[in-house]
Design a protein around this ligand. Sequence first.
Ligand code: RM4
Ligand code: MN
Ligand code: MN
Length: 400
Amino acid sequence: MKTMSDSEAAVQDLAFKALDGFQIEIPSWGFANTGTRFGKFAQAAAATTIEEKFADAAEVNKLTGVTPTLALHVLWDLPEGLKDVAQVRALERRFGIRAGSINPNLFQDQEYKYGSLCNPSAEIRAHALSHMLDSIEIGKALGSRDVSLWMADGSNYPGTQSMRKRIGWLEEALRRSHDQLGPEQRILVEYKPFEPAFYHTDIADWGMSSHLARQAGPQARVLVDTGHHYNAQNIEQIVAWLLHTGMLGGFHFNDRRYADDDLTLGSIDPYQIFRIFHEIQAATDDGLEIDIAYMIDQSHNLKGKLEAMVQTVVTAQELYLKAALVDRKQLAKLQEACDLVAAEELFRGAFWRDVRPLTRAWREARGLPADPLAALRESGYVERAAKERGSRSMAVSSYA
Ligand code: RM4
Ligand code: MN
Ligand code: MN
């Protein structure tokens, strides 16, 4: 066996520490038959019950070792609300996976046609708020920390809604939700510039999220979904601002070429995720107190669900590790001296470094499969799931 030089050992040390400190939450809906609004291509192995989603999550965690929690969507996973908590508790014990963030669903009820928390009808707003409060109670009962709020609220045509009144309603709803949080709980406020609303969206960008989180109370933060930006936007700069102002609460990771495409992380622009991780790790090095929930929010329409999830987790680890290996002391010196090319080369160099031998070594040292994707294929899990689930999972509804 080849022995390591001191510097190789130091790099490995640093790498193992970084990887030990990185976990990422997977979404229950990433295992289900989701698709585009034009239709779904059903997969025989897709999960159709919450039990199957927990089983899939446990498989991903067994292969990668870094996904101990599963994000839940209230309507899809706990259709009976609080009454379903006992079942989720039992699944947690059975599969060794904990319930992660709780995602209220304020976009599917017919009454939300003109908005939920921002609906001009006081009655509908009250109904939406009570769903928020139920979601907070579900989070409490499950001991899960984050309630992550995303709304589809907005309008399609100029002049049809008062944008300013709707801000006021939203502020009130978030304050009242915040009042009900347990001491460990947080509300994460997600933003999105458009879709499904195409003229104005009530929480359209990080400034709006940040304002709403601040006025809601000290336990509210911003959630950055990487797919929820205009194409030219500098997301790592947004991240830097949120870090600086103490408002960064979490991420929904995914990739995209055009809009909210929900493609697998790093498939289109891995450099961007690297740049985001660099900002976070630089802030940590500088002693900023941060507590960020890393979560995946993807919809795997064409790729196999399990494969796509494992691929995403592995990619996240690789990009996180590349960022951990940026020599930030040296980079700070080069930045100070305005040695632009050397600074950029150092930065780019870290991005181009092949960290896969390090992630393999870490996995072996932690008793995990060195190549989780290959291990998934060898396990036959997907084929077994397809056999068992096949008939049920093919019965999916179409767009119309
Ligand atoms: C939204 C947003 C939310 C997700 C819904 C289903 O675009 O990303 O986080 O819960 O989709
Ligand atoms: Mn999201
Ligand atoms: Mn989205």
